[in-house]
Design a protein around this ligand. Structure first.
Ligand code: DQA
Length: 146
């Protein structure tokens, strides 16, 4: 099983960005931690971040055609991007949407996700643990061929 972890805009700022909401771990910390869990499970992990919507579209296509599962934190694009949603459907990609924060406890404009209806599931509000839980969900569902 290969898993591509795709991170959207501003997630490169983790560690210094609004630490009261997003915590003090950097994206590099999350990558290291998740990488160790993936190695233990014998999973090939690709970890990426971009501030550009088109990069995320391209990476969704790539993961889809490689048959890799996707853990997607699209950041603010979650709430706005028809292009990302269409990419997931078009590439027949298997996506778990994740967020560090509990977006439903925050501003109203974060309550709507354009990704969620085309994702296998959504995990949010657990900080970096959201990524780890998503990894376990992908492993479990790929075993069941869901
Ligand atoms: C986020 C939540 C989004 O609303 C926000 O725009 C982000 C981060 C999260 O992981 O909590 O950039 O996706």
């Amino acid at each position: 099983l290969a898993v591509h972890v795709l991170n959207g805009p501003n997630l490169n700022l983790l560690g210094t960005r609004e630490p009261a909401i997003y915590g003090s771990e950097t994206l590099g910390d999350i990558e290291q931690h998740l990488g160790a869990k993936a190695r233990d499970a014998g999973i090939e992990l690709v970890f990426r971040q971009s501030n550009h919507e088109g990069d995320l579209v391209d990476w969704i296509h790539q993961a889809g055609s490689a048959g890799a599962g996707i853990i997607l934190n699209a950041g603010a694009y979650t709430h706005t991007s028809v292009a990302l949603r269409d990419a997931i459907v078009g590439a027949q990609a298997s996506v778990i949407e994740v967020h560090l924060s509990n977006v439903h406890a925050r501003e109203h404009f974060r309550h709507r996700s354009l990704i969620a209806p085309v994702a296998k599931g959504v995990i949010l509000g657990f900080g970096p643990l959201s990524y780890e839980l998503a990894l376990y969900a992908l492993i479990a569902t790929s075993r069941q061929n869901l």
